[in-house]
Design a protein around this ligand. Structure first.
Ligand SMILES: [Zn+2]
Length: 248
């Protein structure tokens, strides 16, 4: 079959095909188009649309040597809340599960208020299990992880710098207007709530006790947050990548 890979998908192809737009691929056994695309190096999570002779097809379609298939990348903004032929069961909301190879991105997403699962040292099967069970978008730099069949919504993070990774993910999913800064615990992903100073005063360092009056506490791990200098830095960082309208 003839397969055309479009846009940035060309860079994900196996080394012998990398950068090529048009690949002649001889099928020797029955295979789904998902398996064919992945055998050439591209995780199915990166595919936004598949067509044969201009007709949209699903991942489970069986390839044929007579076909001419076009494979298109994800096109921002990717709408994970609406059913498509490739992903017929949409997500109930935009939440993330972040792989250890992009750990700092998890902190930045939580800083922006997005519900983000992250656990240091978690195994690949456990991470996939969480992403599938909790209907989260899996973010990783591991192409093999994203090729796993159980993963439906995922994204191969290309950028190296964490801030650029945040910008990349925010742009791809079109969530620039959904930032809720300082609403979520950076340590455990729990939601924060305002607490009276007198309720947490025993847990504060002397200088914090002296200079700050407004506190928030994680509902899950009880970690305490206050508007120190890090708050302004965080808000400045977030303002570069999204709209911080709802500042907690
Ligand atoms: Zn917490």
């Amino acid at each position: 079959m003839i397969i055309n890979f479009w846009g940035n998908l060309k860079e994900l192809l196996r080394p012998q095909f990398r950068g090529l737009n048009r690949i002649e691929y001889e099928l020797r056994r029955e295979a789904s188009v998902k398996d064919i695309v992945e055998a050439l190096g591209v995780p199915h999570t990166e595919v936004g649309r598949l067509t044969v002779d201009g007709r949209d097809i699903s991942f489970s379609s069986i390839g044929s040597n007579n076909d001419r298939m076009d494979v298109y990348p994800l096109c921002p903004p990717v709408d994970v809340l609406t059913a498509t032929l490739l992903r017929p069961e949409p997500l109930p909301g935009i939440t993330f599960a972040v792989d250890v190879n992009v750990g700092k991105l998890a902190t930045l997403l939580r800083m922006a208020g997005f519900d983000t699962f992250y656990r240091n040292g978690i195994s690949d099967p456990e991470l996939i299990e969480v992403a599938v069970r909790e209907q989260r978008i899996l973010l990783s730099k591991d192409t093999d992880l994203l090729k796993r069949k159980a993963v439906v919504f995922g994204y191969l993070v290309r950028e190296i710098h964490p801030e650029k990774q945040l910008a990349e993910v925010v742009r791809l999913f079109g969530i620039q207007g959904q930032f809720k800064p300082l609403s979520r615990c950076l340590r455990c992903n729990g939601l924060l709530r305002a607490v009276e100073k007198e309720h947490v005063i025993d847990q504060l360092e002397p200088l914090t006790k002296k200079y700050y009056d407004s506190f928030r506490q994680c509902r899950r791990c009880n970690n305490i947050y206050w508007p120190g200098s890090h708050r302004d830095k965080m808000l400045a960082l977030l303002a570069r990548y999204g709209e911080c309208q709802d500042i907690a």
